[in-house]
Design a protein around this ligand. Structure first.
Ligand SMILES: Nc1ncnc2c1ncn2[C@@H]1O[C@H](COP(=O)(O)OP(=O)(O)O)[C@@H](O)[C@H]1O
Ligand SMILES: CC(C)(COP(=O)(O)O)[C@@H](O)C(=O)NCCC(=O)O
Ligand SMILES: [K+]
Length: 257
């Protein structure tokens, strides 16, 4: 079985793949930064509950976009799992089925998204990842990453708004019926949620206009299901896209391709 770890700015996701499908997905808050033993404890408990053993894990792949976690995750993997992990970083990039113009900048989660977009969806795809950041990763049919866009994620935008104002409250991520806000909560929900719907629609149009062709659109990330009016613009909402990218990368690395 494969353990894939996707460390994002909000969640560290642990996925277990049995060769056919993802059989478990567990999330732990990224912050406060944990010790290696806390990751081990967390996984041990989840393994125990599901009748799994660390010995069942024969392969490990890790992506982290939070540098403070890197050494801790490495330490955890070395102590708990037999296999030498593939820790995604520039040294692996020339073996990947995607090419990036800026290997030392692009987040490894975006790279994993691009690999999954190329290998699962055949490229010519825009991946929209609704995480801490809202990102658009554009990959063509040959695996060239044509560009990336990064905006504040939905919750990040609301937090910034609430944090910088005296009177605005945190609001649930629910879309009001009318786009005309009649109270403060609806006003914020409309401004952020309908605003983000328009941003995503506009970005998708603009990207495709500049490319002069239609692209497939695949959504992923923790908040990919919130903006339901966007779903008609998505060919797929694929919650496992980043994990699948990591799984494919591990397979390619170990096959020596
Ligand atoms: N399974 C889930 N259901 C609902 N919301 C989720 C789920 N997973 C994550 N979220 C929310 O989505 C947001 C982004 O999460 P995630 O995509 O894991 O971010 P990151 O990759 O930046 O760590 C978080 O604020 C989190 O609260
Ligand atoms: C853009 C990101 C913050 C997204 O992180 P996430 O929302 O998944 O936590 C991350 O991929 C990152 O830090 N990237 C480095 C800059 C770049 O991708 O160009
Ligand atoms: K992510």
């Amino acid at each position: 079985m494969l353990l894939a770890i996707d460390a994002g700015n909000t969640n560290v996701v642990f996925g277990i793949h049995n060769g056919e499908k993802w059989i478990h997905e567990w999330r732990m808050n990224t912050l406060p930064v944990k010790r290696a033993s806390e990751y081990e404890m967390f996984l041990r408990l989840n393994f125990l509950e599901n009748n799994l053993h660390f010995d069942d894990i024969s392969r490990v792949v890790i992506s982290s976009v939070v540098p403070q976690l890197n050494s801790v995750l490495e330490e955890f993997a070395a102590a708990s799992i037999k296999d030498e992990p593939v820790f995604l970083g520039p040294k692996w990039y020339d073996k990947l089925p995607v090419r990036t113009q800026n290997p030392y900048e692009i987040g490894t989660d975006l790279l994993a998204n691009a690999v999954a977009a190329k290998e699962i969806y055949g490229g010519d795809t825009i991946v929209v990842d609704f995480g801490t950041a809202l990102t658009f990763t554009v990959v063509d049919k040959d695996g060239l990453i044509l560009g990336v866009n990064i905006a504040p994620g939905l919750k990040t935008a609301i937090k910034a708004l609430v944090g910088q104002t005296a009177q605005l409250p945190e609001v649930p991520l629910e879309l009001p019926e009318s786009v005309l806000g009649k109270n403060t909560i609806h006003a914020i929900q409309n401004g952020v949620l309908w605003g983000y719907i328009s941003m995503v629609e506009g970005m998708l149009d603009r990207i495709q206009q500049e490319l002069g062709r239609e692209m497939k659109v695949v959504a992923t990330g923790g908040l990919s299901s919130i903006l339901t009016p966007l779903h008609k613009r998505f060919d797929k909402v694929d919650r496992h896209l980043t994990l699948d990218g990591l799984r494919i990368i591990h397979q390619l690395m170990k096959d020596g391709k």
